[in-house]
Design a protein around this ligand. Structure first.
Ligand SMILES: Cc1cc2nc3c(=O)[nH]c(=O)nc-3n(C[C@H](O)[C@H](O)[C@H](O)COP(=O)(O)O)c2cc1C
Length: 282
């Protein structure tokens, strides 16, 4: 939508009915009159921020924009469950699928190294081979899309150089200015965090992509089942990914739940929030 409010930015609307955007320099830039915005506001999900200011200076209303409302996000997360039975007749539309692929590409990784590849399998002849190497589970055959998330088994200095080049060209900065970063990354490969080896470190990154994909899918009303009940080496054989230095970590099946999947109605089993989340505050 061309008139969309930019996401994650703060605005204030003052008593003069003008809308301003908070800029990083600390000043406000006048944008448009409130009358114009009022036409569009109902289309957006807005949160009020800084309620203290709202109280002390009631003439000012602060808002922050975000893609969906907190209530919608909560609803989507509650709706998601690990699907046991997909409706094999339903396929994810292309334009929706493309965004889900972007959720993989946009996944953050340590240093931004992206030590992964994602294989998207929709071919029925290939999918049909999967239950036999997935503890007999049928989601890998019946889901619309099967994503095999693989990690790079090792990272070399060439991988780091490729990444540094990518930063240089994307952000138009000279390679020399990235020499320090390059050394820090190479040192980290020699001494990965928490005593891990690089392979384990890479596998951890892949799970971030899995989470990102599942949350993105739920937000779009697409069902998923994350699956570790697989024989990774057999997936590697079918995908022939080892030759390029990648190994299967986990699978995510995506599509639409079957109407008779009884797990859809099962209550979520989660420890109470108070036992999981601890606030450190004044
Ligand atoms: C890494 C991972 C691997 C999983 N592997 C399987 C699997 O192979 N088959 C399956 O049916 N569910 C699998 N699950 C689903 C979990 O059993 C499920 O997420 C958990 O019981 C919580 O239920 P919910 O996702 O329905 O809320 C896996 C989940 C995760 C996060």
């Amino acid at each position: 939508m061309s008139n969309a409010l930019p996401l994650g930015r703060s605005f204030k609307i003052d008593s003069q009915s003008s809308v301003s955007e908070f800029s990083s320099s600390g000043s406000f830039r006048n944008i448009q009159s409130l009358a114009d915005w009022r036409t569009y506001l109902p289309n957006y999900n807005l949160s009020f921020i800084n309620p203290e200011i709202k109280c002390v200076r009631p003439e000012r209303l602060w808002i922050v924009t975000h893609p969906i409302s907190p209530e919608h996000l909560h609803q989507a997360l509650q709706w998601r469950y690990a699907v046991k039975k997909f409706d094999s007749h339903k396929k994810i539309p292309d334009h929706t699928w493309k965004v889900l692929e972007e959720s993989l590409v946009l996944t953050p990784s340590s240093f931004g190294l992206q030590p992964w590849r994602f294989y998207v399998v929709t071919d029925m002849t290939v999918k049909s081979q999967f239950p036999a190497i997935s503890w007999g589970q049928t989601q890998v055959r019946d889901a619309s899309h099967v994503v095999v998330l693989t990690a790079k088994s090792e990272l070399t200095t060439e991988d780091v150089e490729r990444y540094i080049h990518s930063i240089s060209t994307t952000r138009q900065v000279p390679l020399e200015s990235l020499a320090g970063l390059k050394n820090v990354i190479i040192n980290s490969l020699q001494n990965p965090p928490a005593g891990m080896n690089v392979r384990e470190w890479n596998i951890r990154q892949v799970y971030i992509a899995l989470g990102n994909l599942m949350t993105a899918a739920a937000t779009l009303g697409i069902d998923t089942c994350p699956m570790e009940g697989i024989i990774p080496a057999k997936y590697d054989e079918i995908l022939d990914c080892r030759k390029d230095g990648y190994e299967t970590v986990v699978v995510c099946t995506l599509g639409y739940r079957a109407e008779d999947d009884k797990y859809a109605a099962a209550a979520k089993v989660r420890y109470p929030l108070e036992q999981l989340i601890f606030h450190v505050e004044q």
